[in-house]
Ligand binder design. Structure first.
Ligand code: HEC
Length: 157
């Protein structure tokens, strides 16, 4: 093999190396973006019992009074209370009543669950999809249940 043909091959090696690199990056991305277990995948067809099993488990021993503290701790109120006047986000007040009509046939609790774990799945009319998407990673299961329980009470604000 003479020097010339060896030199002619190096672009092939560079291309192969790049291909391997891109494959590795792709695999790492895939592993990192695999959804947290708190967020069930968004179903294509919604039914009255969509998310119900997950939500029932979350609500089984939920405490709405603690939920009221978590919405402060996680600063949900920055958008949903303080920012509500500027139409940054819908206010929490009255959400329990609205929740069952927002996205039929989802029940109120299923809708609230989806709103927190997959905010982009449905965007309330008149608002932008500005809600952070990482709450499934931040919230403990107990906290998520407490928050849903709190938002289902007429005291939510
Ligand atoms: C940066 C602003 C922001 C923060 C912080 C935020 N949200 Fe939201 N949220 C929004 C916006 C904007 C919407 C409406 C658009 C949409 O449907 O995604 C929304 C929608 C919702 C809805 C549906 C309300 C309705 O009337 O239909 C619920 C429930 C909700 N958020 C809960 C939460 C909870 C719980 C937290 C904290 C853990 C939180 N949000 C934090 C911006 C925010």
């Amino acid at each position: 093999m003479n020097g010339e043909s060896r030199a002619a091959r190096w672009p092939v090696f560079v291309a192969l190396a790049l291909l391997v690199l891109i494959t590795v990056i792709f695999i790492i991305e895939f592993v990192l973006t695999t959804e947290s277990e708190l967020a069930a995948p968004t179903p294509v067809v919604l039914a009255a019992d969509t998310y119900q099993a997950t939500v029932a488990a979350l609500l089984a021993d939920a405490d709405p009074a603690n939920g009221a503290q978590w919405v402060e701790k996680y600063n949900c109120i920055a958008c949903h209370r303080a920012g509500a006047e500027n139409k940054i986000a819908p206010p929490f007040a009255g959400v329990a009543d609205r929740a069952s009509t927002r996205r039929p046939p989802l029940t109120a609790s299923a809708y609230i669950y989806e709103s927190i774990t997959q905010p982009a799945a449905f965007v309330v009319d008149g608002f932008t999809p500005a809600m952070p998407q990482n709450y499934p990673d931040l919230l403990m299961e107990q906290e998520l249940g407490d928050i849903i329980a709190y938002l289902l009470t007429p005291d939510a604000h």
